[in-house]
Design a protein. Structure first.
Length: 172
């Protein structure tokens, strides 16, 4: 089986990748804020000193914040994709079902049951600390609860990779 033909959209451990669309939109926003900062600097003589300082630092802080978030997204995606390439090496195509774990913290914990030739395997995420489960991932997994879908499973690393499909195609 050629695992390179599958487009991976995320993993059970890290959730869905940040989309290229969100990266492009955030890049445009950072560029616009940088232009705004330079325009404010160019109009220094048109502002009073107090209002210039407030407006300048507001836009500068916004620009730095969004640029930092953009860098975080790009670095995180790159790290996740590197790990996923490692996990794909021994991955097998199989099916899995996401289920919500009952319990603490507004049910932000999930398990995934994988069915493959050697039997049935249940993987829980997060396994060690339920409080560190990001809300972004929770919303994504909420869409997948109870749906039997194709996944790549790496027995060596015990990791699940989500294959690019429409989840509506796999409603049980």
């Amino acid at each position: 089986m050629d695992k390179t033909k599958f487009k991976i959209k995320g993993s059970f451990e890290y959730g869905k990748f940040f989309s290229k669309k969100s990266i492009i939109i955030l890049s445009i926003l950072v560029a616009a804020l940088c232009v705004a900062v330079f325009c404010i600097i160019g109009m220094y003589d048109k502002f009073s000193k107090e209002s210039f300082t407030i407006v300048f630092f507001f836009f500068l802080i916004m620009c730095i914040s969004f640029a930092g978030f953009l860098i975080y997204i790009v670095v995180t995606n790159k790290y996740h994709k590197k790990k996923i390439e490692e996990w794909k090496q021994d991955a097998i195509l199989t099916e899995g079902i996401v289920e919500r774990l009952p319990g603490l913290l507004n049910n932000r914990s999930f398990s995934m049951t994988i069915i493959y030739k050697k039997g049935k395997k249940t993987i829980q995420s997060p396994s060690e600390n339920r409080t560190r489960f990001p809300i972004r991932r929770t919303r994504y997994f909420d869409l997948l609860i109870g749906i039997k879908m194709p996944v790549l499973y790496s027995p060596k690393y015990n990791k699940v990779l989500f294959v690019e499909t429409s989840y509506r195609d796999y409603v049980s």
